[in-house]
Design a protein around this ligand. Structure first.
Ligand SMILES: NC(=O)c1ccc[n+]([C@@H]2O[C@H](COP(=O)([O-])OP(=O)(O)OC[C@H]3O[C@@H](n4cnc5c(N)ncnc54)[C@H](OP(=O)(O)O)[C@@H]3O)[C@@H](O)[C@H]2O)c1
Length: 284
């Protein structure tokens, strides 16, 4: 039986903690070193994962079979460049040795491609991106929600082939995605999940600013949201669509858009754009 592969984790936030703990608990990977922006948060991540060694600098990370860069998107390329430099300059380098498989590095962004890890690829590493389509709002909750989650894999074939069973072991449903489609693919996830809290918050503010009692606004938020989700799941987007734009009441859409724009110019733009999309959907 082959030994369990080791994984180093750079970035121990919501995704790093969740996947680290899931792989440790399922004995898929041996979590080795964990690095964040501070030793204290790396120690917190290690405590949550239940395994690993908190480190304070890239240069302290030991060689590993797999490297997960679960840092924010803007930090992926700089972290890959800094890691490649640290690896290339230290004596016991992670350069692939003849007969040994090269290390695998992946990041977790849905929008960016594996090319962000080009400096590591230049060392002979195999690189990929692996994006779980889940809102990792809280690692404890995300652990329970992981099974059945679609996971988009993209990058060097050897890295994708090696990562697929590791994600499938967590119950994820993997599929291949072309690098050039990642931005639009991820925009789908932004529309499906990220904008929902934004819209709910706007609704709350509008209700409160129009004089609705706070307790009633909070209750309406949950009943109306459940009502909308139930309708959406039962009837689909076209069947569940209601409201002035869907009814073709363009005069009201115009007046309401102006009122919202006076209340908040950005919200007014959103109201107009979404009303145009709603009218188009209703006519489809
Ligand atoms: N959250 C989601 O729902 C979700 C879903 C799918 C994919 N993703 C992707 O997963 C990745 C991580 O997102 P996240 O939500 O887990 O982020 P997060 O909760 O903000 O955590 C980011 C982690 O990276 C660390 N970090 C930041 N800059 C660093 C650097 N230069 N060097 C080392 N560590 C650094 C942070 O350190 P500190 O702990 O010290 O702050 C933190 O531990 C992103 O690519 C994101 O697009 C996120």
């Amino acid at each position: 039986m082959s030994a369990m592969k080791s994984i180093n984790i750079i970035g121990g936030g919501r995704v790093g903690k969740t996947l680290g703990r899931a792989w440790h608990s399922s004995a898929s990977y041996r979590v080795q070193d964990v690095l964040t922006r501070s030793l204290a948060s790396a120690q917190q991540a290690v405590a949550f994962i239940g395994a690993g060694h908190a480190t304070a600098a890239l240069a302290d990370l030991r060689s590993a079979d797999v490297w997960m860069l679960a840092v924010p998107d803007s930090q992926i390329a700089p972290t890959a460049a800094a890691l490649a430099q640290a690896v290339a300059t230290r004596p016991s380098s992670d350069r692939p040795q003849p007969g040994n498989p090269p290390p695998i590095a992946f990041h977790c962004s849905g929008a960016l491609s594996a090319d962000e890890l080009a400096p590591l690829r230049a060392l002979g590493w195999q690189v990929a991106s692996a994006h779980c389509l889940l809102s990792f709002a809280n690692p404890g909750l995300a652990l329970q929600q992981l099974a059945g989650t679609p996971c988009a894999l993209e990058g060097d074939p050897a890295a994708v082939s090696a990562l697929q069973p590791a994600f499938e072991h967590l119950g994820a449903r993997c599929f291949g995605l072309a690098a050039e489609h990642k931005l639009l693919y991820h925009a789908g996830a932004v529309f499906a999940t990220n904008f929902l809290p934004v819209l709910q918050d706007l609704a709350q503010q509008l209700w409160l600013d129009s004089g609705m009692p706070a307790g009633m606004a909070a209750q309406l938020h949950s009943t109306l949201l459940r009502n909308a989700v139930d309708n959406l799941l039962a009837l689909g987007p076209v069947g569940a669509l209601t409201g002035p734009a869907a009814r073709g009441d363009l005069a009201l859409v115009q007046r309401q858009g102006e009122a919202v724009a006076q209340w908040n110019a950005t919200a007014g733009e959103a109201y107009r754009s979404l009303s145009q999309l709603a009218a188009k959907l209703a006519a489809s």
